[in-house]
Design a protein around this ligand. Structure first.
Ligand SMILES: *Cc1c(COP(=O)(O)O)cnc(C)c1O
Length: 386
């Protein structure tokens, strides 16, 4: 059986007519930069994420960058983030001249560990703490970070929260007072990506920043067009962070299916859990699903040993799978100057060595999931006896 890691062609086949017709509309208009399609998408994403406002930008990376820029975070400032994430989370912090402070993740949620975060903040010297400008939590794989603690810490320090919600559109978090909030609506900024492999993916690059703050909204809109207001009068130094009309038009079509696709991903996760349990497969740790809504951008398992061998084996059996992420950020070559060493974030390092992402997309069929679980089972049984 051949099971791709992500089957975007199957998704396209199902919505092809609609996509072609909407792109033709944009071709006819010959209006490609921002405009009504982008505005319509901004409204939809704001409503969906339960944030007051949304600003379409050129990518998820640029969503992070423009947020940091508009928060006036720059040289000498410190921003706390996770070492276990896509590169651009920390890359963006350094691109504005600030310094990422890595706090290790919690096992199984793969999100920043609230206890370690508290410890890090409480053991910082006053001078260092005064340079701390923001916490940048990542809602990794589609599950929200522990926002209760993060919010409390940010409040007590009077610093900002910039959510990296690139993998978490529609994910929910439940606070202890019972309130349920969506990714991107809890911090000062919410950063989304429409990279093709995200739950809502464009035909290229795209992103969005959400905020509940009217002042931030205005600043983001100016920053997005080189800091100009009006055109050619530059108040601040911004950049070209604009979202294309073509991408917005395609995303508007896909947006109508997002909830259905997300529910199918969640259903597939349930099927994996059932099958792993029913087939009594030992040595596989499944992702922790907390009471909140996980949107499963990735379904990531952890195995005790021989992860790389399992990956090769599955690929030989026709099963697509991938590693997110093989090297945690604190020990990336480009961040050597920050002074971290292996062992500084042990949980992230273990996750990098032992996790594997399995297919989870909406079009995946029951028999395919069954085949994947069976193959993992037979690999692990062979390892045990050999
Ligand atoms: C995809 C992703 C980004 C970057 O988004 P792009 O649109 O590819 O620039 C940032 N952070 C995380 C966690 C991501 O998964």
């Amino acid at each position: 059986m051949n099971i791709p890691f992500l089957d975007l062609k199957a998704q396209y086949e199902a919505i092809k007519e609609e996509i072609i017709s909407v792109t033709m509309e944009v071709y006819q208009s010959q209006s490609f930069i921002l405009g009504p399609k982008v505005e319509e998408l901004e409204k939809k994403v704001a409503t969906y994420t339960q944030a007051k406002h949304a600003v379409g930008v050129s990518s998820g990376t640029d969503a992070l960058l423009i947020s940091l820029m508009s928060a006036d975070i720059g040289p000498g400032d410190l921003v706390i983030t996770s070492p276990y994430t896509f590169f651009s989370t920390a890359g963006s912090i350094t691109r504005v001249g600030a310094i990422p402070v890595f706090v290790d993740i919690a096992p199984l949620t793969y999100n920043i560990d609230p206890e370690k975060l508290e410890k890090k903040v409480s053991t910082m010297e006053a001078k260092e703490r005064s340079r701390l400008k923001a916490i940048l939590p990542v809602h990794l794989f589609g599950q929200c970070a522990d926002m209760e603690n993060i919010t409390a810490i940010a409040k007590s320090l009077g610093i900002l929260i910039i959510e990296d919600a690139a993998q978490a559109i529609g994910a929910e978090y439940k606070f202890s007072d019972g309130s349920l909030k969506r990714a991107g609506s809890m911090g000062n900024y919410g950063c989304f990506s429409f990279y093709p492999s995200k739950n809502l993916g464009s035909f290229g690059d795209g992103g969005m920043v959400t905020t509940n703050d009217e002042e931030i909204l205005q600043k983001l809109k100016i920053m997005r067009v080189h800091g100009a207001q009006p055109k050619y009068y530059h108040k601040v130094i911004g950049g070209n962070f604009r979202l294309d009309a073509l991408q917005a038009a395609i995303l508007l079509v896909k947006f109508n299916y997002l909830e259905e696709w997300t529910e199918k991903r969640r259903q597939n996760a349930r099927i994996y859990r059932e099958l792993f349990a029913r087939k009594c497969i030992e040595g596989v740790e499944l992702p922790l699903e907390s009471k909140e809504r996980h949107i499963y951008n990735q379904f990531v398992i952890k195995i005790d040993q021989k992860r790389d061998e399992l990956k090769r084996y599955l690929i030989n059996q026709g099963i697509g799978c991938d590693i997110y992420y093989p090297v945690p950020l604190h020990i990336q070559e480009c961040f050597r100057y920050l002074g971290y060493s292996p062992g500084d974030c042990p949980v992230a390092e273990e996750a990098a060595a032992k996790t594997l992402a399995l297919p989870i997309y909406a079009e995946l069929r029951y028999e395919q999931i069954e085949y994947i679980v069976e193959k993992i089972g037979s690999f692990l049984r062979d390892k045990k006896t050999s």
